[in-house]
Structure formats: C-alpha cells, structure tokens
Ligand binder design. Structure first.
Ligand code: ADP
Length: 373
C-alpha cells in the first residue's frame, strides 16, 4: 500500500478511482453546469459516451418537469453557496428512460474560495425505489381493505343488531303475556325462552365479531411492559372465576417485553379463562412461565384440564370454532382468535400442545430485546 502510494500522485490516484468506478456515475461540471469530465460509471448508468456529453449542460440529465421548475440550477446554487447539495430524484438516460438516483453535488473551490466547478456523484437506486413503492402500495391496499372490512363489520353489526333488538323486545313481551297461563301455554313459554336465548347469543356473536374486527387498528401504545404485572392484572380481572374454581395458579420467570399492555392483559386473561372453563373434576393447576429461546421469549400457559384432540389444535384459533356446545360451556369461540391476533400484532406466533384428558399448554412467542438474547 505504501509503495503504491508513493508510485502515484494524489491526482493520479483520484483519476484512477474516478475512471474505474462503475456503479457510481461521477462527472465534473464547470461553474455554469457544463459537463467537463465523465467516468465509466456515468457512461454505463446514463448511456452517453464521454465524447457525446462533454460540453453539454447538466440539464440534459434532468427530467422535463425538474428543468421547468429550475431544479438543476437550484442545485448548483445550493452547492455553490453551502458547499454541497444532496437529493434523490428521477434522472433521464440517453435513450429517454428514467432512473431513480441518489445524487451528491460538491462545489470545488480554489485556495481563494473562488468557485472552479462541481463534482457530481449519482447512484442508481431504481430497484430500491421500486421495492419501496411496492411496499407502500401494498400497505395502502392493506389499510384500505382493513378499513373497508372494519366498516363492513360495523355496518353489518348495526344492521343485524337493530332488527335483532326488535325481535328480542317482542319475544320479551310475548313471554310476559303467556307467563302464568294454563298448562298448554307451557310449550309456548319454552319456545319463547329458547328464541330469546338464541337472539341474545346472536347479539353476543355480533359484538365479539365487531371487537375482533376492531382489534389492531388502535395499537400504537408499544412500550416496555412487565409481564409479571400483566399476569397479575389478568388474574385480578378473573378474580371470581379463580375463587369459584379453587384454581392454583403459579408463575415462573416473566420478562419485560415491548408491547401493548392492555392487549397483553387480554391475551393472558383469555388463556387463563379458558384454562378455568375447560377444567376437569379435579383440583385445577395452572402454571405460567417464559424462557428465552433463539432471540424470542417462549411463553407457556399450562393447565391440567380437559385437553384437546390433535385434530383441533389449529382449528380452535379460528373465529367461532368451538369443541363443545354452548350449554356445556358458555362462549362464542372468539377468545383464541383474539389471542392469535394479539400475538401476531406483537410479532409472535401461538400454538397449543395437549393431551386429551390430561391438560393443555398454550405456547406463544414474543420478540426478545437485544439484552435478553
Ligand atoms: P370459547 O372459549 O368462547 O369457546 P376460544 O376461542 O377461547 O372460545 O376457544 C375455542 C375452543 O378451544 C373452546 O371452545 C375449547 O373447545 C377449546 N379450548 C380453548 N382453551 C382450552 C383449554 N385450556 N383446554 C381445553 N380446551 C380449550
């Protein structure tokens, strides 16, 4: 390296560098923006040979629109005044095609500070620009379809709920009418009770559907969340069920994660509620813990309850999928779908491992921070 340095002067080295760089267009302009030197990279990226471009104004490389607004002149003035101008914009090749470039224009001054010209470096970033645009387009489409879906769910729920409310009211009135009448009205009474139950259930399903559709649109509150506190909050919300079922809940290590506290409480609350609901006729034991495995926290919520057959291990995470009927165990079947949505909003996955009659373990992952890994 030392020898090489000694062999070539600074100017020669710069000249060598400039003319051999192929992935950057490097060229020099005089103080009026006329091209006076042109490298191989410029020839490759812009399509002009050195003898075709020398003596032409740099405007030739700008789009018609940018020239109309005087952008190329503006860039020269900025660089002349502040030493440097930097931007990303469309440029035009010899064949008229356009490419997205990251450009830096440096002013070159002599010892006395008099402007001698400019050096310009351009890098073709079209592929990156296209990828960014594709992502932006997809995000926009997704946001739009999400909004539409939410609107649809909202409208559907309103339109479904108002006639349902009317049905419910009339059923109630009819029920009051037949109450206390003779024996033959017993059947009618029974039918009305069932119809009322069904319409109330439909109402609950609509509410859950709406909550599920809304979930995720309001997530913005990502902060450091202590999962030990989250579990305590979930337990407090289920105080009555825990007391009534004599559940023994133990916890292992629980970390601090980046997340939305309200949603994480809902996640643990749903999993705990299920563990309590689907218990067997023996003392209920639930254990919650987390450990770090390959850049992620692996959480587990284990119970010694009814268990789930392997054929249903995936199905139960879909909305409204249940294994028991509502008279055996109340519920709409949305709880685990909500859990899945919450976990995926936090960048994790959720699944179950279980043995029928021996209990279940619900696992989910959450990203670990750099210091936890
Ligand atoms: P829901 O409890 O309202 O039915 P979920 O989506 O929370 O809705 O659960 C879906 C189904 O998964 C439940 O109906 C139940 O059959 C099964 N399940 C969930 N958690 C457990 C568990 N801890 N033990 C056994 N079965 C479970």
């Amino acid at each position: 390296m030392k020898d090489f340095k000694n062999l070539l002067s600074v100017e020669e080295r710069l000249e060598l560098l400039m003319h051999n760089v192929k992935d950057h267009a490097i060229f020099f302009l005089d103080p009026d923006g006329i091209i006076i030197d042109w490298n191989l990279g410029a020839e490759r990226i812009l399509g002009y040979k050195e003898n075709e471009i020398i003596g032409k104004s740099v405007d030739i490389l700008f789009t018609k629109e940018d020239n109309a607004t005087g952008d190329s002149k503006h860039e020269l003035t900025t660089a002349a005044e502040s030493g440097r101008a930097e931007d990303e914009r469309w440029h035009v090749r010899k064949d008229g095609s356009r490419f997205w470039a990251l450009g830096v224009l440096e002013s070159l001054k002599d010892d006395k500070g008099k402007l001698q010209g400019f050096a310009k470096i351009l890098r073709d970033f079209t592929e990156r620009k296209k990828a960014e645009e594709a992502v932006a387009k997809k995000t926009e489409e997704l946001e739009r379809s999400n909004k539409e879906l939410e609107q649809f769910a909202h409208i559907a729920s309103h339109d479904l709920k108002s006639p349902l409310r009317t049905i419910n009211n009339y059923l109630g009135l009819a029920h009051d009418n037949v109450k206390g009448r003779r024996e033959k009205d017993k059947d009618t009474n029974n039918y009305l009770n069932r119809a009322m139950e069904a319409s109330q259930r439909l109402m609950a399903l609509i509410d859950d559907l709406l909550n599920y559709a809304k979930l995720g649109r309001e997530v913005a509150n990502f902060s450091d969340v202590d999962c030990a506190t989250v579990v305590k909050m979930a337990r407090r919300a289920l105080n009555k069920q825990i007391t009534d079922s004599f559940a023994e809940i133990t916890t292992g290590y629980l970390p601090i994660v980046k997340g939305d506290e309200g949603l994480l409480v809902l996640l643990f609350q749903n999993l705990l509620e299920n563990a309590i609901k689907y218990r067997r006729d023996e003392p209920l034991k639930i254990h919650i813990e987390a450990k770090v495995i390959q850049h992620e926290w692996l959480f587990s919520v284990n119970d010694n309850g009814l268990g789930i057959e392997p054929t249903y291990w995936e199905k139960i995470f879909q909305a409204f999928q249940r294994l028991y009927n509502k008279s055996q165990y109340p519920g709409t079947g949305i709880g685990l779908a909500i859990c899945q949505k919450i976990v995926s909003l936090h960048g994790g996955r959720i699944w179950v491992d279980s043995r029928l009659g021996h209990g279940s373990t619900f696992f989910f992952t959450l990203p670990a921070s750099a210091s936890d890994k």
